[in-house]
Design a protein around this ligand. Sequence first.
Ligand SMILES: CC(C)(COP(=O)(O)OP(=O)(O)OC[C@H]1O[C@@H](n2cnc3c(N)ncnc32)[C@H](O)[C@@H]1OP(=O)(O)O)[C@@H](O)C(=O)NCCC(=O)NCCS
Length: 160
Amino acid sequence: MNQKNSFIAPQLNFRRACLSDSDRLLGWRNDPDARINFFNTNEVSQANHEAWFFDVLQNKNQILYIIETRGCLPIGQMRFDIDGECAEISITIGKKYRGRGYGSEAIRQGTRLFFQENIGVKSIIAQIKNINEISIRSFIRAGFMMSASMANTTKLILMK
Ligand SMILES: CC(C)(COP(=O)(O)OP(=O)(O)OC[C@H]1O[C@@H](n2cnc3c(N)ncnc32)[C@H](O)[C@@H]1OP(=O)(O)O)[C@@H](O)C(=O)NCCC(=O)NCCS
């Protein structure tokens, strides 16, 4: 039995990010294997990250969750940027936890929680580089539907 077949969907915890998460968020953001999948592939400096993170924590239209295992081990982050009835999602799973089913399960559970906590939001979109097949598969496994396919980007949508 391979690792994927033996995987049992875990119940994950989601908590709102706080100032003490700053360094772990920067680590996930600057991981070279993750960065190639971002639209801005540049490494982010500590100062720029801290300014960005401080703004996110103040902004009621940006919801940043830390994804944790049941044992409260932080394994990644999930962010929603709200624009009226729509929100855009982004996710990073820490390098050593990738490929174990956590990404798709986090998207499934995290979007459900986000819809419950934000009743005015009716849909969530994900914009993913076409080269990032693992991410596209994760979102589809979690219930997203293909919405548009552009030259470099695939857009997926989840309706409430
Ligand atoms: C994209 C990401 C969130 C996916 O999370 P994950 O935990 O690694 O993915 P999962 O284990 O849930 O697997 C999702 C799918 O990809 C497949 N997959 C995972 N790792 C794979 C690998 N190394 N090679 C091939 N397929 C792989 C899985 O089999 C699964 O496909 P299936 O549903 O058809 O079986 C995570 O890899 C990540 O954070 N990557 C870096 C940052 C990033 O790309 N973020 C998304 C930007 S939009």
